[in-house]
Design a protein around this ligand. Structure first.
Ligand code: COA
Length: 167
């Protein structure tokens, strides 16, 4: 267990790229990214992404972006919480933190993708919908055979909203 020091949230910076890479790599079933991809997330998507730090340790990371053709929808790309920091609702708090950012005040929909077997992720996003008092719907998006040629489980597209945030 991590000692109970406060966890702080901050926008990622380029220097976080390597520790984000390590956290994602150690958070199955997330797909491991190239380290280069994580540097891009930290630099180019920092406005819409968040790091959670306990002391100097990265204990959580969410990469997200606004849909290029619809800037009221936040697409959550990956959520990773270190094993030691799980079980305290940290990912939900990080999503709520993102929605409190002033430059995201127009966001009223969240989208993400989840595989059928990722129960903790389903539960997390059901809790997000419940916290935002709105609907959650899912439909098949990337099919195991058609899109992944059996090399990856089917990804369901999950849509949450519309919701209002307190700004
Ligand atoms: C998904 C994840 C980010 C959630 O981390 P977290 O914020 O610490 O979540 P918690 O452990 O507090 O659990 C959140 C909810 O999911 C439930 N949950 C956790 N693991 C579960 C499991 N294996 N099966 C079913 N429910 C589960 C918890 O009980 C809790 O619900 P509750 O409050 O109603 O009891 C974390 O488990 C993780 O990093 N997993 C690996 C990477 C991953 O799958 N990311 C999601 C892809 S988007």
């Amino acid at each position: 267990m991590l000692e109970s020091r406060a966890i702080r949230f901050h926008e990622p910076i380029r220097l976080n790229g390597k520790e984000v890479y390590d956290l994602v790599k150690n958070s199955p079933p997330l797909d491991e990214n190239s380290m280069y991809c994580n540097f891009l997330q930290c630099e180019h998507f920092s406005d819409t992404s968040v790091c959670a730090k306990q002391g100097d340790t990265l204990v959580g990371f969410i990469s997200a972006y606004l849909l290029p053709n619809n800037n009221n929808t936040l697409f959550i790309w990956q959520v990773a919480i270190s094993k030691e920091a799980r079980g305290q609702g940290l990912a939900l708090k990080m999503i709520e933190h993102l929605l409190e950012r002033l430059h995201l005040k127009n966001v009223c929909h969240i989208e993400t993708t989840i595989t059928h077997e990722n129960q903790s992720s389903w539960r997390l996003f059901e809790k997000v919908a419940s916290a935002l008092s709105c609907e959650i719907h899912s439909s098949e998006w990337l099919n195991k055979e058609t899109h992944f040629q059996s090399q990856h489980s089917t990804e369901m597209l999950v849509k949450i909203g519309p919701f209002q945030t307190q700004h």
